[in-house]
Design a protein around this ligand. Structure first.
Ligand code: NAP
Length: 474
């Protein structure tokens, strides 16, 4: 058994184990929790109460979470000493028990850590950040039809500009790098010859790998396999029109994965057009098919026309039998959208989207924008998932001005708890909480953040009062 310097293990409970990236969850798992800084003091007790009540009502004595308090952030410094924001005890506990849940943590100033949240994701290689955005009826929203949005943002969690490989403008390493790029590497690169980076620039590096992209997109596709109807849809969101070898490569590797590893489950949008055309215009030639799916086909060069005709022949040859006759309509549709257009699309055509698989920075922006449509940060849960660990957490921060007032909305961490229960396969308890939240909001039993936006105005519940209201609606 693992030993800790300052932690007291629960006297009962079992360990979650992982095999091939999948968690095997016993009936009485030990789950480390980090209370969190700031409003964590209010949110965590409310969350624990709701989760325990849902598990107990759903499974009686059969299932139970054995909570294990571990420390990070300000609380850790009080116990382990100044600047010890993320003690080894906590890292060992999460490594050993595999699944943890946390409240928000202050980003420390000093101590050499950029962000505790980013550090946790990197230490445990939690490469997919999953953020569902769905609407609970009655939640005040700035959008006219927020109920149409029901998406899950899969944000890559370990690469991109978030790796923090950057140099400040004027720094000697930065100047050395710029000189090397300007004088050596750029002139050698055929397509970059006339470009010059300003000597006064700062530089950030954006690494995007095939391995990092595909393992992440794989999680998104596996999720889609469990969905029904038009929700079996994964959209690769990227800015590949500008960043061809990073964001564009992410898109290409996504399609490659879909057709190579998930051939029996997936159809790309383009393949679906080709099959649709063949079926709607039976007996037409390959060239005429190409004219229908590729506007301006006749104006293309011969070699481009050949490529398109070959693509159509390949689709007919390889998948018309397995995916044709409308069989593809039951499969997972994989398409892609440019990042800036998806911000419009989730507002103008929200019902068309389901799972958004994207890179780190895009995912950060898109999940906040989507959360705003369905009711804001107080209702935005998240999970960070890897192959050997998972940490569930809210999207929002510590909201320090509301700390200790029993006022803040605990919905986001409670919904992160719902994601954790779904991850366990404890769907009965997860559904009970979702029902409780839906009914509490529909009955205008809400905390200040939602109450202040409701028309007519309602008196807000406290943080703990909201938790009790949720339980009362089970
Ligand atoms: P914040 O803590 O998210 O709070 C900003 C505002 O958002 C709050 O003042 C509040 O607005 C609203 N809000 C946040 N949580 C809410 C909730 N549960 N219910 C209702 N409203 C909520 O952002 P911040 O003030 O920029 O960051 C504070 C600290 O948190 C920083 O140290 C930051 O680094 C850290 N942070 C941590 C995480 C994390 O742990 N995952 C994420 C983001 C930021 P009103 O006052 O208008 O009601």
């Amino acid at each position: 058994m693992v030993k800790f310097e300052k932690l007291s293990l629960p006297t009962e409970g079992e360990i979650i184990t992982f095999k091939d990236g999948k968690a095997k969850v016993p009936n009485q798992p030990i789950i480390p929790f980090i209370r969190g800084d700031g409003t964590g003091v209010d949110i965590w007790p409310a969350t624990q109460k709701v989760i325990d009540a849902a598990v107990s009502q759903s499974y009686g004595l059969e299932k139970k979470i054995n909570w294990f308090k571990v420390y990070a952030g300000d609380e850790a410094c009080e116990i382990y000493g100044t600047y010890n924001y993320l003690p080894q005890d906590t890292i060992e506990a999460i490594k050993y028990f595999g699944v943890a849940i946390k409240g928000p943590l202050t980003t420390p100033i000093g101590g050499g850590i950029r962000s505790l949240n980013v550090a946790l994701r990197q230490i445990f290689d939690l490469y997919s950040c999953v953020r569902p955005c769905r609407y609970y009826s009655g939640t005040p929203s700035p959008h006219k039809t927020p109920q149409d949005l029901d998406i899950i943002v899969y944000r890559e969690n370990t690469e991109d500009i978030y790796m923090g490989i950057e140099w400040e403008a004027g720094d000697s390493n930065c100047i050395e790098l710029i000189n090397y790029l300007n004088k050596s590497l750029i002139p050698k690169s055929e397509n970059l010859k006339n470009k010059l980076i300003s000597e006064s620039a700062g530089i950030g590096i954006k690494p995007i790998s095939k391995k990092g992209s595909q393992r992440h997109i794989k999680k998104a596709i596996e999720h889609a396999k469990n969905l029904q109807g038009s929700k079996r849809h994964v959209t690769l969101v990227h800015k590949g029109n500008i960043m061809k070898y990073t964001e564009g490569a992410f898109r290409d590797w996504g399609y490659e994965l879909a057709v190579n590893e998930f051939r029996n489950d997936c159809i790309t949008e383009r393949e679906s057009w080709i099959l649709d055309n063949i079926e709607n215009h039976k007996g037409i030639s390959i060239e005429n098919n190409a004219r229908l799916i590729e506007p301006g086909f006749d104006k293309l060069t011969n070699s481009k026309r050949d490529v398109i005709c070959k693509e159509i022949k390949d689709v007919i040859f390889s998948i018309s039998h397995s995916h044709g006759s409308n069989k593809w309509k039951k499969m997972i549709l994989v398409d892609d959208r440019i990042a800036d257009s998806i911000f419009q699309q989730i507002q103008t055509r929200p019902e068309e989207y389901s799972i958004i698989a994207t890179l780190n920075l895009n995912g950060d922006y898109i999940s906040d924008a989507a959360a705003a449509i369905v009711g804001g940060l107080g209702m935005a849960p998240g999970a960070n998932i890897g192959d050997n660990a998972a940490i569930f957490e809210a999207t929002h921060g510590t909201a320090p001005k509301h700390a200790g007032l029993d006022k803040i909305n605990p919905g986001s961490v409670i919904l992160s708890g719902v994601m954790m229960l779904e991850y366990f396969g404890w769907n009965k308890a997860a559904n009970l909480i979702t029902k409780g939240i839906s009914n509490a909001i529909a009955d205008k039993k809400v905390t200040y953040d939602l109450a202040r936006l409701m028309e007519p105005k309602v008196d807000p519940l406290s943080c703990s009062g909201f938790a009790e209201a949720i339980i009362s609606y089970f």
